[in-house]
Design a protein around this ligand. Structure first.
Ligand code: NI
Length: 139
């Protein structure tokens, strides 16, 4: 583990109260741990801005499996990008609706393009890309 530095932070009382209320609600054991996660989240956001950074994306898609040719289209896009698809899971939610969870690894620009193509496919009800990280740049 790298060295740890302690530093003071000046905050407006109201802002600090809101922060303390939030971290208590979430369940953090200390301000430091909550602050570390905020910083890590911001660093991961920065990773995603650099399109050539190799990173991890988790894509969720909700759709009606009976929608015309939709399942075939989604499968085709995934096969065309097989080098970036690590895993996919299909869950039958009810009689009509399905959830597909796709884990992607590759350059962030590529992951975003694949996710956009899948999300924008006609008849996909809802799609969301969770922008994760390989963790190799975080400590
Ligand atoms: Ni299904």
């Amino acid at each position: 583990m790298s060295n740890v530095t302690r530093f003071g932070v000046s905050l407006d009382d109201e802002l600090l109260q809101k922060f303390d209320d939030l971290i208590e609600k979430i369940g953090y054991s200390s301000r430091s741990e909550a602050l570390r996660d905020l910083i890590r989240n911001r660093l991961v956001e920065e990773e995603w801005k650099e399109e050539s950074t190799v990173t991890i994306g988790i894509l969720g898609l909700t759709f009606d499996h009976a929608a015309r040719e939709l399942t075939e289209k989604l499968t085709k896009i995934q096969h065309q990008n097989i080098h970036a698809i690590v895993s996919s899971t299909h869950i039958h939610l009810d009689h009509h609706n399905c959830l597909e969870v796709i884990i992607l690894k590759g350059e962030s620009g590529l992951i975003k393009r694949i996710a956009d193509e899948l999300i924008s496919t006609k008849s996909v009800k809802h799609g969301k890309l969770l922008m994760m990280t390989t963790g190799s740049r975080l400590f």
